[in-house]
Design a protein around this ligand. Structure first.
Ligand code: AMP
Length: 846
């Protein structure tokens, strides 16, 4: 049993009444889940009787037993390793190297069957070195005192959001947004609209949520939009397979008895989990003899579960459909109209914001995995042979934290670089300088991003490096050794894939040859996504872009990066950004028979041969009546390949199914070949898709901006940037005397006139308590009308900034415009404190 066996809630005056909750079984799985659970129970108690229930969690008290301390330290270390700053990483490098060297010694001794006493001595030394490293990690990392229970308490109290149908017990995976949540989401979306739709001159659509089955069949969702699950054979409880495995592995990792070797195997499996097939996961469940985490019962074989909500459109029940699982398909099916609207020209982008629905197997982690959520998606259509972006130079120097597929595979940390370096490749070190160990070390670091895993074509410089390193490089230069090995043992077009099998560069990369990020357009959007997230208040230290591993990426995608935010639940994918190649438009062209392509002028006209169906129009008209035109159009749109297939099928079976229309030989008596001179070629555009899960960004933003006042840990607030804060300014009259009313009213009206959302708080509470209340709902600026305002001429008020709590004295007439500029980010608070005197105290008090 772990540390959190009991949690005490002390109720009543002086804690004389004590409620003891004994938590066992599933809540003991790990420290985090127990802590969340216990806190939610305690919060419920507190809600019932807020004055009487004082909450103390035993595990939070000082004086944990050593086991507890070790578990906490391990979790803390795991989180810190994930978020390590590259500069800190540099300081840690020598300690890591010491651990690695010692690890090698231990391994060698074991392999050579050395006496146990020698092995033990070296193992002890390894442990000492590891401890030294861990202590350094802990000492170099900023302490994060985030308290999720405290934040959730504030979220509930001030109704940012709450579980849906709460008065009936609520439903997991569904949430209702209250006034604060609605305004915050609206402001985030308004900023999104400005940042993307307006600044990038995008088109917009608003498409149907009820989606016909044919559309989602063509897109691949009916067949493939599934997660894997297993069931408890006795209770029928369902578990998402990857979550179940991950949880089991995390438990194993937290156990002291798990050997280092086992840890390494487990960590590798966790990295590969996202892209594993159902069979691979099923094998793991059996290999580790996993049981139901709730009951300990056996589990069924793995099975697929389609995540879409099926529906029947109309009363007859004949038209099957689904609630849309993403907004993107609405854009693809309207591509032809959008292209016409854009005068037939590429590139262009179209955006859509709206709800999507996914019947998640086990919704959890609050807003992070829900069944109904808002998406904001962009489809940028471009020429597949030209993915440059004309505004790339504007973002080229944006620094980003990139977690490449190689780094993930090698167990290394993310790396900061400019998006230009990521797209166009890093500058090569000069070989002439490679004389000192440091310079060779720098080369090693450089080679990391040119790893064989991403299948970079070896450049001339790489070949020179290879030649320069005539002997295999020293072992500790991991990347150089690998590079040496792989350049030496494969043809220039071959690499090892992540499973250790040979594969061609094209297969591994989808054609990418140069930088880390596949092309400029993808890189441009990644930088713009980052700019947006930082603008609305995401903490830059808790943001990274993680590249999908080859096994994770859809087979048609060339490259995919997720913007991930660090939260108390770990790193969370908030925005996906993928180059989806021509997949979607090709699929809908096949599914609908309507060509979703552009005509690109050829430099030189060329002769092409077409294989064309020659229909009997009369027979088709008779058979299909009002649909005859659609059939004729589908026939005209047939590719040569499909026309050949149709001819063969009609000859062999007498029938052919064209988009649901059954055609017979009598309707298509013959086919003909025609030579045509063409001046244009038809090309299916590629699609770059940034896809935002607004709920996840919203939640990460709340965590990143949650603050507790240093001098009073009961005063919690959200430090949201003014651009997204739901209410921009409060007006607080110090007294409810009649003389104050005209000042308060006039000021509030003038602020409203500038479209600023104002809250007037003329309640009788002390001004400190009223400030605390406005802070809680993130109001960034507050204006206090006091006795000096009323008594003195010119009339002045105090203007207060939420985060610093600083106040200045400012003429009342200057307030509206100053607040407007602050709220729009046109001026910073510093400019206000530079211009107006600091407020110390009122001169008059009645
Ligand atoms: P996907 O189409 O699966 O790449 O999802 C796009 C974005 O939607 C992700 O980056 C998430 O931010 C968000 N998302 C996906 N599934 C969920 C879910 N069940 N609950 C909340 N957000 C989700």
């Amino acid at each position: 049993m772990s540390t959190w066996q009991e949690v005490r809630a002390c109720a009543g005056v002086c804690g004389r009444v004590v409620l003891t909750l004994n938590l066992t079984g599933r809540h003991m799985r790990n420290l985090w889940s127990l802590s969340t659970f216990s806190r939610s129970v305690l919060n419920q108690l507190r809600r019932c009787s807020p004055q009487l229930v004082q909450i103390r969690c035993k595990g939070e008290e000082p004086g944990w037993g050593s086991k507890k301390h070790i578990a906490k330290r391990r979790i803390q270390l795991q989180t810190l390793q994930d978020t390590m700053d590259p500069q800190v990483e540099q300081q840690l490098a020598p300690l890591r190297a010491r651990c690695k060297d010692q690890g090698d010694i231990v391994r060698q001794l074991k392999e050579s069957g050395a006496p146990e006493v020698d092995v033990k001595r070296e193992v002890q030394e390894l442990k000492n070195r590891k401890k030294e490293l861990e202590d350094m990690i802990l000492s170099l990392s900023p302490t994060d005192t985030f308290d999720r229970a405290k934040m959730n308490d504030l979220i509930k109290r001030r109704f940012f959001y709450d579980i849906s149908f709460a008065i009936y017990g609520g439903i997991t995976g569904q949430y209702d947004f209250g006034p604060m949540g609605c305004d915050l989401v609206d402001n985030m979306l308004a900023e999104w609209q400005k940042h993307f739709v307006i600044q990038e001159r995008m088109l917009k659509v608003n498409c149907s949520i009820l989606t016909s089955e044919v559309v989602l069949k063509a897109s691949g969702h009916v067949d493939k939009f599934a997660d894997y699950m297993v069931k408890d054979v006795k209770t029928g409880e369902c578990f998402r397979l990857d979550h179940l495995i991950k949880q089991h592995f995390e438990k194993k990792l937290s156990e002291k008895k798990t050997s280092q070797e086992e840890r390494e195997t487990i960590n590798r499996k966790i990295t590969l989990l996202d892209g594993m097939t159902m069979e691979e996961m099923d094998r793991i469940v059996k290999q580790y003899d996993m049981k139901s985490p709730l009951t300990g019962n056996d589990l069924s074989d793995a099975m697929e579960f389609n995540l879409m909500f099926p529906i029947y459109i109309g009363p007859s029940g004949n038209l099957k459909g689904y609630l849309r699982p993403e907004t993107a398909q609405g854009i693809f099916v309207n591509f032809k109209r959008l292209l016409e609207y854009n005068q037939g020209k590429l590139p262009f982008a179209c955006a859509q914001v709206g709800n999507a629905y996914r019947n998640e197997i086990s919704p959890r982690s609050g807003l992070l995995r829900v069944r109904e959520f808002t998406m904001a998606e962009i489809e940028h259509f471009c020429d597949p042979d030209d993915k440059t972006h004309n505004k790339f130079d504007q973002v080229a120097n944006t620094e980003m934290m990139l977690y490449s597929a190689c780094a993930q595979m090698d167990g290394e940390s993310p790396r900061k670089m400019t998006i230009s370096e990521a797209v166009r490749g890093l500058g090569l070190p000069s070989l002439g300088l490679l004389s000192t160990p440091m310079e060779v070390g720098a080369l090693d670091f450089f080679l990391r991003d040119r790893s064989y895993i991403l299948g970079h074509e070896p450049s001339q410089a790489d070949v020179t490096v290879y030649k320069a390193l005539e002997q295999p490089p020293p072992k500790h230069l991991v990347h150089a050794s690998r590079w040496y090995h792989h350049l030496g043992s494969f043809t220039h077009n071959e690499r090892l894939d992540f499973r250790g099998e040979r594969s061609s560069i094209e297969q591994l990369t989808g054609g990418r040859q140069k930088g880390l990020v596949a092309n400029e357009t993808l890189g441009y959007y990644m930088a713009r996504i980052q700019q947006y997230l930082l603008k609305i208040g995401i903490n830059p230290k808790k943001l990274r872009f993680r590249q999908h591993l080859n096994n994770e990426m859809a087979h048609y995608a060339c490259d995919c990066w997720d913007a991930e935010c660090l939260t108390s639940y770990g790193w969370i994918e908030c925005v996906g950004c993928a180059d989806r190649s021509a997949y979607d438009l090709s699929q809908h062209t096949k599914g609908s028979g309507v060509k979703l392509c552009i005509e690109r002028p050829l430099k030189e006209p060329k002769m092409v041969e077409s294989f064309i169906a020659v229909p009997d129009k009369g027979a088709i008209g008779k058979a299909f009546k009002k649909d005859a035109k659609a059939v004729q159009e589908a026939l005209a749109a047939l590719s040569n390949e499909d026309a050949e297939k149709m001819d063969k099928a009609l000859t062999e079976t007498g029938e052919y199914d064209l988009n649901g229309y059954k055609l017979t030989r009598a309707m298509i008596p013959s086919f003909k070949r025609e030579q045509k001179k063409v001046h244009v070629e038809e090309v299916i555009p590629s699609v770059i898709e940034p896809s935002f899960g607004i709920g996840r960004v919203f939640y990460s933003l709340l965590e990143h901006s949650f603050r507790v006042r240093e001098d009073d840990d009961k005063r919690t607030f959200f430090s949201l940037p003014a651009v997204v804060a739901p209410i921009k300014v409060s007006v607080l009259p110090l007294s409810n005397k009649q003389e104050f009313v005209p000042f308060t009213t006039k000021l509030a009206d003038a602020l409203t006139e500038l479209n600023l959302l104002v809250r007037v708080d003329d309640s009788t509470g002390s001004i400190g308590r009223r400030y605390a209340r406005t802070d809680e709902i993130a109001i960034p600026f507050g204006v206090t009308v006091d006795f000096d305002t009323v008594n003195n001429v010119p009339h002045t008020v105090t203007l207060r900034e939420r985060d610093s709590t600083e106040q200045v004295r400012i003429p009342i007439d200057d307030v509206p415009l100053t607040v407007k500029k602050l709220a729009d980010g046109k001026i910073q608070w510093k400019e206000v404190t530079d211009k107006w005197p600091r407020f110390i105290a009122q001169e008059t008090t009645k």
